[in-house]
Design a protein around this ligand. Structure first.
Ligand SMILES: *Cc1c(COP(=O)(O)O)cnc(C)c1O
Length: 479
């Protein structure tokens, strides 16, 4: 592609992008397709000869677009949001044009120094302790794995990196029953064995029961295990439950456990000082992760990982083959030593664009609006006799179900609510996802998209109510 051809195509695409941002609400939120429908339209083999841009872009519109779930759709209330914004996309255009590799300072000095500064900005914006040092990882899953590996190496005096687990007592990792599956995955990958992950019970608000944690640690010590690490959560994935961070931190201090906090989604809410009760005790933690790529308008991927003991982190991950040595090694951060992959994208640029474009005030305003919409919806659900809230709503995720007056059988209610969710989603007008809370089939509604609004949520709530009340209940009650 010549630069002339590129320029022409790029202008066309930028127009497409701006139109998409304006019109994303006119697409079905979720495509109405079956597995294999897209593959069936794609040739089995790569083309031998060059195809022109017009043909490729036309196939994008014809084949790919109709097969996409539109995460930026104002009526996308599923999972957690995977936000983006104009400034974020613009920064991505620049960083992919430069094709920058940011593994060490020398390979992209400005990227390394900007990343350092952005992590200081984020630390200040969220009110995290000054002695935390940050680095951008690709995902929370990676960040949590990095924390587990660091805890492992600190405890073993870096000897498991050297000689494996041989002769070591069994380490135990603790997290709540409501923790994200990335903790399970990290425990497996770090070599602890999933049977050494202790799932601590939760209280009525789905937050970890700190007394139960301490009892589990005591029991493990008696049995000859080594309590190594506790992973707590600020804002669980099922219901944004907030674990008691301070109580857990004190227990970790007492038993010399690493305390890692997973604030993947809800960490962004710490922008608002009134919500910092959630992170009370964070100064006792050893590491903390949150994802600007969820709620902070920064497109995937961008996970902000903070660690108190930077030396522990780099001692766990550093490798220094001859061809990577540079004269500046003692003066700069070489982020290859802070995470699992060697190669790294230039992710700090989009944070810089986003934070400067909105300003901290602007970001706070957007997040605050999402939360007040969530609180509004919570009250609406609570008002209706035939709907039921199934978890507290600290932020903007509302967990609820439809519960008609004369229906009491839990299995029938589960079937009914699954039918409701699937029916709503098949309209293409709205997308919700489900969870199970105390074995109850639960609808999750998160209003956290850049494009959503109070009006959109009001209309969606009306849709949910009328759809639910239109269901023929006899089908569920007789069998
Ligand atoms: C989304 C989420 C994760 C996983 O995040 P990735 O960046 O996709 O790995 C982990 N923990 C919690 C609480 C989450 O909400």
């Amino acid at each position: 592609m010549t630069s002339t051809e590129f320029r022409k195509a790029a202008h066309e695409l930028v127009d497409w992008m701006a139109d998409y941002m304006d019109n994303v609400g006119t697409y079905p939120v979720k495509p109405n397709i079956n597995p294999g429908d897209i593959k069936a339209q794609l040739p089995h083999e790569a083309p031998e000869t060059s195809e022109d841009f017009e043909a490729i872009f036309s196939d994008f519109n014809k084949i790919i677009l109709p097969g996409m779930t539109h995460w930026q759709h104002p009526n996308f209330f599923a999972y957690f949001p995977s936000g983006t914004s104009g400034p974020s996309v613009l920064a991505e255009m620049l960083s992919s044009t430069m094709g920058a590799q940011c593994m060490i300072w020398l390979t992209s000095p400005a990227a390394e120094e900007l990343e350092e500064r952005m992590m200081v900005w984020l630390r200040g914006m969220l009110g995290l302790p000054d002695n935390f040092t940050g680095v951008i990882q690709d995902s929370s899953s990676s960040s949590t794995l990095v924390a587990l590996l660091t805890a492992r190496e600190v405890h073993s005096g870096y000897s498991i990196n050297q000689s494996g687990f041989e002769g070591k007592a069994r380490f135990r990792i603790y997290t709540s029953e409501q923790a994200h599956s990335s903790v399970d995955k990290g425990v497996k990958i770090a070599g602890f064995g999933i049977s050494n992950l202790v799932k601590v019970e939760v209280d009525k608000s789905f937050a970890m029961n700190a007394d139960a944690l301490e009892k589990a640690i005591e029991a493990d010590l008696k049995a000859g295990f080594i309590p190594l690490c506790v992973v707590s959560t600020i804002g669980t994935t099922s219901s944004t439950a907030v674990d008691p961070i301070k109580a857990i931190g004190l227990i970790c201090k007492k038993y010399k456990c690493w305390h890692h906090i997973d604030a993947s989604y809800s960490g962004t809410a710490l922008l608002i000082p009134a919500l910092r009760w959630m992170s009370d005790g964070v100064e006792l933690a050893d590491s903390f992760v949150f994802n600007p790529h969820k709620w902070m308008l920064t497109n995937f991927d961008c996970s902000a990982y903070f660690v108190k003991d930077k030396k522990a982190l780099t001692s766990t991950f550093s490798i220094l083959p001859e061809y990577l040595k540079t004269p500046q090694d003692h003066l700069v951060n070489n982020y290859r030593d802070w995470s699992i992959p060697l190669g790294r994208r230039f992710r700090a640029l989009k944070l810089w664009f986003v934070i400067r474009s909105y300003g901290v005030e602007g970001l706070k305003k957007i997040i605050g609006e999402h939360i007040s919409i969530g609180q509004w919806l919570k009250e609406e659900v609570d008002k209706e006799g035939d709907f039921e809230l199934l978890a507290p709503v600290p932020l903007n995720l509302v967990c609820f179900r439809y519960k008609p007056a004369n229906m009491i059988d839990e299995n029938q209610l589960n079937d009914l609510n699954q039918h409701l969710l699937e029916g709503l989603n098949s309209t293409g007008k709205i997308l919700l996802t489900q969870t199970k809370l105390q074995n109850k089939y639960t609808l999750r509604f998160v209003a956290g998209n850049n494009s959503t609004s109070k009006k959109v949520v009001e209309d969606s709530w009306s849709l949910i109510k009328s759809f639910a009340r239109g269901i023929n209940l006899s089908k569920f009650m007789n069998g």
